[in-house]
Design a protein around this ligand. Structure first.
Ligand code: ACO
Length: 428
């Protein structure tokens, strides 16, 4: 894969590196031999210029606002595909035939129930536990329940673990919700779609029949598609790093959930909606924009800006359209949506945001839809985790199968004390 070379001139030595070409996107300079040949490390906190792996799953062009999964644009997938089809595509590399699709959805459906004893774990949490706290714990605990799919060297066990994670995540997330509101949990209903089943487990009660609203089902399925994968983001890199040590897949996905929880990543959808509610009225927007621009104020516009997208986030565009559909269909007139539209308009015309190339990201509008459907803000990131499990699992499998894969072990620029003499306590 390498044709060109790049030379680094360090004065006393020159080091030559291969330059690899991808199918699209920037070339990468392969610096693996740098330390061996020069005794130097590279320094790249936040990995802004570092490709940590080779991948065939997802391509992002942040300058042009392009997101492709296995070559298919996110706009086409969000418009015409389904979350289960995208899951198949990410895991297998190609779109399924009708038979493949039926087999795959049936397989996932057959794994929707969780071990009965795993249900007992919930009772150990406080009722006001954040759903992400429960998800971290419960998903990690799956390693203790599904021993027959933790041997990462066995491709069949890896496949079963992947299917289990994708299938059980809606059950686990819905149970976290039910536990918090003090309602009985529902068992999965395998006559429903993946997303319809999740809606029923979340909003249904045993005493009443539950009918899935097709507009809500389609909108939520689309939100899942938009969150399915996003190349080497923080949580995916966490899953890969955890997996690089040979940890079992359930432990790796639990690590991804922990990373996703942060407000700079998956927690931003919750933070964005809270911010829009706090703004409350379009007249208050200029004050918040001024705060976001003030270097002495830690406030940031949540749902704005992205490490990779320096043009529009294509997922935000689809999301904005979906908000209109859902609010229209549910007959909800949400003033928060008006605040969001106005805030977007004002920020996009403000020199600070133009100069720093800050655009609404996927999380800016998703909270409005989820809230209209009836999810409390604390569930937003859990829904993100549910959808991203597909990407995490696909990336984890790709990593395990990569012959170049080694344990992830970055180095550092040490700036602490040099070696010094230890003085016993009584002499200090
Ligand atoms: N509001 C105001 N200013 C911002 C914002 C924002 N939302 N985002 C970035 N900036 C400014 C920074 O202050 C910085 O200014 P400076 O160069 O004068 O210091 C500049 O833009 C670059 O910001 P960084 O934090 O260096 O950019 P980085 O790529 O590290 O961060 C991030 C990206 C974390 C997404 C950031 O834009 C942010 O905090 N946004 C709000 C949180 C959010 O919406 N996160 C969701 C991300 S998408 C996802 O996880 C699905």
């Amino acid at each position: 894969m390498s044709e060109k070379t790049a030379t680094l001139d360090l004065g006393e030595t020159k080091v030559e590196f291969p330059v690899h070409k991808g199918t699209i996107g920037p070339d990468v300079v392969d610096i693996r031999k740098l330390y061996g040949q020069s005794g130097r490390f590279t320094y790249d906190p936040g990995f802004t210029s570092t490709a940590s792996c080779e991948s065939k799953l997802t391509y992002i062009d942040g300058e042009e606002g392009i997101l492709l999964h296995r070559g298919y644009s996110i706009e086409d997938l969000a418009e015409d595909s389904s979350f289960m089809e995208v899951a198949y595509l990410l895991l297998n590399g190609e779109l399924p035939t009708p038979d493949d699709y039926d087999d795959f959805t049936r397989t996932i459906t057959l794994h929707t129930m969780v071990h009965e004893q795993l249900r007992e774990l919930y009772r150990g949490f406080r009722r006001d536990a954040h759903p992400m706290a429960i998800m971290c714990g419960v998903v990690g605990s799956m390693s203790a329940f599904y021993h027959d799919s933790t041997d990462i060297k066995d491709p069949e066990q890896r496949t079963i673990a992947s299917h289990r994670l994708i299938a059980k995540m809606p059950t686990i997330a819905a149970m976290a919700f039910k536990y918090a509101v003090g309602q009985p949990t529902l068992y999965p209903d395998n006559s429903l779609s993946y997303t319809g089943n999740f809606l029923k487990m979340t909003f249904g009660v045993p005493a009443e029949p539950y009918e899935v609203n097709p507009v809500v089902e389609r909108a939520l399925d689309r939100i899942f598609i938009l969150h399915a994968d996003h190349e080497q983001n923080a949580s995916t890199s966490t899953v890969r790093l955890a997996g690089s040590s040979g940890a079992n897949p359930f432990a790796c996905i639990a690590a991804g959930i922990a990373c996703l929880w942060g407000p700079a990543h998956g927690g931003a959808n919750e933070a964005a909606l809270n911010m829009l509610k706090e703004i409350g009225h379009p007249s208050a927007i200029p004050g918040y924009i001024e705060r976001a621009k003030d270097k002495n104020d830690p406030f940031r516009l949540m749902g704005f800006g992205h490490r990779v997208y320096k043009n529009h986030d294509p997922r935000a565009t689809v999301m904005r359209k979906t908000v209109r559909e859902v609010l229209g269909s549910l007959g909800v007139d949400d003033p928060v949506f008006d605040v969001a539209l106005e805030l977007e308009e004002m920020a996009l015309n403000d020199d600070y945001f133009i100069e720093k190339k800050l655009f609404p990201n996927v999380d800016f509008y998703s909270g409005i839809i989820l809230s209209a459907i009836g999810f409390p803000t604390s569930m937003f990131t859990a829904l993100f985790a549910l959808a991203r499990t597909v990407g995490w699992v696909a990336q984890w499998n790709e990593m395990i199968e990569d012959p170049d894969q080694r344990i992830g072990r970055p180095r550092q620029l040490y700036t602490g004390p040099v070696q010094r003499e230890y003085l016993p306590l009584e002499k200090r």
